[in-house]
Design a binder for this molecule. Sequence first.
Ligand code: HDL
Ligand code: ZN
Length: 411
Amino acid sequence: MPDFSIAEAVDKAFQNHAIVDIHTHLYPASMAALYLAGPDELLTYHYLKAECSRMLPDGVSVGAFNTMPAAEQADMIWQQLFVGDSSPISEAQLGVVTVMSRLGLNPRAKDLSEFRAFYASKTPEEYTDMVFEKAGVACVYMTNDPLDDTEGAMWQRGVNIDPRFKAVLRLDSALMNWPAPADKLRGLGYGVEEKLSDKTFAELRRYLADWVEKMDARYMAISLPPDFAYPSADSIALMMGNVVYPTARELGIPSAMMIGVTRQVNPVLKDGGDSLGKWDIANLERIARDWPEVDFLITLLSRENQHELCVTGRKFPNVHPFGCWWFLNNPSIIREMTAERLELLGTSFVPQHSDARILDQLLYKWTHSIQVIAPVFVEKYESLRAAGWPLTQADIQRDISTMFGGGKLLD
Ligand code: HDL
Ligand code: ZN
């Protein structure tokens, strides 16, 4: 007779472990203009704005909706997607319901007044402490961009960063659509040229090294389109091969690539207007083979890329799949991705990140993910026990703490 319930042991392992969330768009209260929390931010999350664009009141266009003040947008989204005449069962809608329930609020309220009053009753620091504690999160990795006017000014002034928020140097604004970023980089003192010359590459490597050090960035990240081809004469491929990968190797920090985004397929939806495409994973084989000393954190946006990403991880130990990103962050797909990753990679991957943009989202993104991930682990541990492995509760705690603690690369 087994001496303990695996299901109970897995649940306890998650309860005993404070999560390390390795990709978010969250910022500490000290970065005030970038700190997003509370009902109006939560309801106007671009996922919900996109879903509301399908359920707008007669006579209200998306363009007209976009001109409304945020509080009015939040009220309309609340009426159309929650109070309205259909159940809030999309993942983003369910998320708001979970958040409100976790905060002890009535998710079936007729308006947002109770949520707004609750949010107003706490300081940003108190709200942050409460959300981290309720969500069981130890720390979150940010998305930091020195070329963002608001954020760059904070770093130049000097900003006190809550140690629960780790920095990540995001590269899209510095490397994509060259030479558009050149002026801003020169404004920061980097003598880049319009052409992709050795001088430009050297100055961009200096930019990366300077800001990794300034921010104590744990990795460098970039989002790339599905047609990203390496090697190629495309400017972004030249940037990756002459700037990012050599810098990652020199600094000994991971290069994260988030691939498959087709930007602004419908611009009127603004930050909700992006879509996805399948990437040719042979590019990753070439990158991992050409840069064996670099650790690549990889998350791909197309469901059709997931199994082959696991296989590529088996071929290259420096390929580290992480998370169920964006359009994959839904229970039906999280379940499938976690199972195939465990089957093909064992414990050598990071199962999830939240990608949270609004602090409150930590309360649902992790709750929902663990609800669907835990049973997959239970099934695998049951198979392990059935195969004759004398499994212990300490084994389970060790695995969960490692895989949801940033994996072998991060902490
Ligand atoms: O590029 C990214 O990091 C993506 O996560 C985008 O921010 C995207 O808009 C998003 O929020 N996905 O969840
Ligand atoms: Zn993101």
